[in-house]
Design a protein around this ligand. Structure first.
Ligand code: PHE
Ligand code: NA
Length: 452
């Protein structure tokens, strides 16, 4: 059977952007920026984008397109001995990321519903951790399964299943043609509304005012590079699979640049909403900003609900916010599943439909671990290792395989023949030497920090 293709390059771009824009753009990016020097964080972020993110995105689009295969097949077509790297990437993301990612989307669905009657009460912190998640810090503490979370989780997996089941054009492309415009409308409404709130300026100041003293902290740079990998869905074999469905004539470099620009633009823009709301909360409660910013997960599920409760018309605002997260999340979750499905179909020639049904059931079952009392604990551990070590190590090996075992100039010629923005020999240098070197330093620094 002929390989499926995107109906149009624009459809591909929407799907790639759908994968890139996810939960990470909304909460991960803003708290990183806040934690690491506000506007000053943009410097390491942009450096990481230019020196690793975009060159690697071009590489992933390039080999997916040139070799016409998902990650394992594309690597195998370069060098049989490296097929395992592709399997490692897609298995990792399938069983490392999508299981917990789906659970966070399920929480967002719950909070979407809770928004309407401010169902988190007047202590969102206690609500989220004690009542909603019933968090325990004992890893073996399963407790009883949380029914509302489980129901939403089933819905998430049902959607994942339905989209990937229908294949590239009628499933993923179509879903993104609906989800991405929806997301755009939602985020514009959200940002517009949040900027009118009292105290928005205070929040924006915390978000954007640069504090350059952070730039000498290696951790800030490590976090910037990990964030770029995560945010562009790099190192998972996703972008390789998506590019393998492009028609033979496709503008690789332009699509890579657009994906990167839209994704980072979205992060920056969404940050305006997140921080205006925090500024509003600080103002209305007469607190310093540093007290209202709860870190990581708390930002979305504790600080935001608090603010929503204080806002006139807050329930609608909360619903918009959580719907935004759900939409952004689903389009990323399906891309993860597709990376794995494409790999299995390429390798074993099995039916997509049967496979998708099987792994959706498996995925749903596996996700349940993260809905238990110890779920949050597991989530933190898995997220930490995947984003800090998994992605970066795949990135290094990717550069090695494609840069050294493959005639890189040949790949560059292939890309240049069909692309509107030509790549120079500098790109070879980045992939062969510079990117892997930087990533090695990041990895070493990260390991060092771990054991300190
Ligand atoms: N890029 C997505 C985000 O920023 C996360 C993601 C990771 C999506 C891995 C797919 C695969 O949230
Ligand atoms: Na992203």
């Amino acid at each position: 059977m002929a390989r499926e293709q995107w109906k149009s390059q624009f459809g591909f771009l929407l799907a790639a952007v759908g994968s890139a824009i996810g939960l990470g753009n909304i909460w991960r990016f803003s708290y990183l920026a806040y934690e690491h020097g506000g506007g000053a964080f943009l410097i390491p972020y942009l450096v990481a984008l230019l020196t690793a993110g975009i060159p690697l995105l071009i590489l992933e689009y390039g080999i997916g397109h040139e070799r016409i295969g998902s990650a394992p097949l594309a690597y195998a077509k370069i060098d049989k001995r490296w097929e395992w790297l592709g399997w490692w990437a897609v298995l990792f993301v399938m069983f490392g990321i999508v299981l917990y990612y789906s659970v966070v989307i399920a929480w967002c669905m719950n909070f979407f519903l809770l928004s309407f009657d401010l169902g988190w009460g007047n202590d969102p912190n206690a609500f989220f951790f004690k009542e909603f998640l019933q968090v325990s810090d004992r890893p073996g503490d399963i407790g009883e399964v949380r029914t509302p979370i489980l129901a939403a989780l089933a819905l998430v997996w049902l959607i994942n299943w339905a989209v990937v089941y229908r294949g590239v054009q009628r499933g993923i492309e179509l879903a993104n043609k609906i989800l991405m415009p929806t997301l755009l409308v939602l985020i514009i409404a959200l940002v517009g509304w949040s900027l009118t709130l009292d105290g928005a300026a205070l929040g924006l100041k915390a978000y954007l005012e640069p504090d350059f003293s952070h730039l000498s902290d290696p951790k800030v740079w490590i976090d910037a590079y990990s964030q770029i990998f995560f945010t562009l869905s790099l190192g998972f074999g996703i972008m390789i699979a998506y590019a393998s469905y492009l028609p033979r004539k496709a503008d690789i470099t332009r699509n890579a640049l657009l994906t990167a620009l839209i994704n980072s633009g979205f992060s920056l823009f969404a940050g305006l909403a997140v921080f205006s709301v925090l500024g509003f909360m600080a103002t209305s409660q007469n607190q310093p900003m540093s007290e209202v910013v709860a870190q990581s997960i708390g930002l979305a599920f504790v600080a935001y609900p608090k603010a929503v409760s204080l806002m006139p018309g807050g329930n609608l605002f909360g619903a918009l916010f959580f719907l935004c997260l759900v939409v952004a999340g689903i389009s990323s979750a399906v891309s993860i599943i597709e990376a794995f499905v494409a790999a299995m179909v390429d390798k074993f020639g099995i039916s997509r439909q049967k496979l998708v049904t099987f792994i959706s059931v498996l995925g749903f079952t596996g996700s349940i671990v993260f809905t238990t009392h110890a779920g949050l604990l597991w989530l933190d551990i898995v997220d930490h290792f995947v984003t800090h070590y998994g992605l970066v190590s795949v990135g290094i090996m990717e550069c090695f395989v494609v840069g050294w075992l493959f005639r890189l100039p040949k790949l560059r010629q292939h890309i240049n023949r069909i692309s509107s923005i030509p790549l120079g020999a500098w790109w070879d240098f980045l992939i062969k030497v510079f990117v892997p070197l930087v990533l090695l330093i990041i990895l070493a620094g990260d390991l060092y920090a771990e054991f300190q």
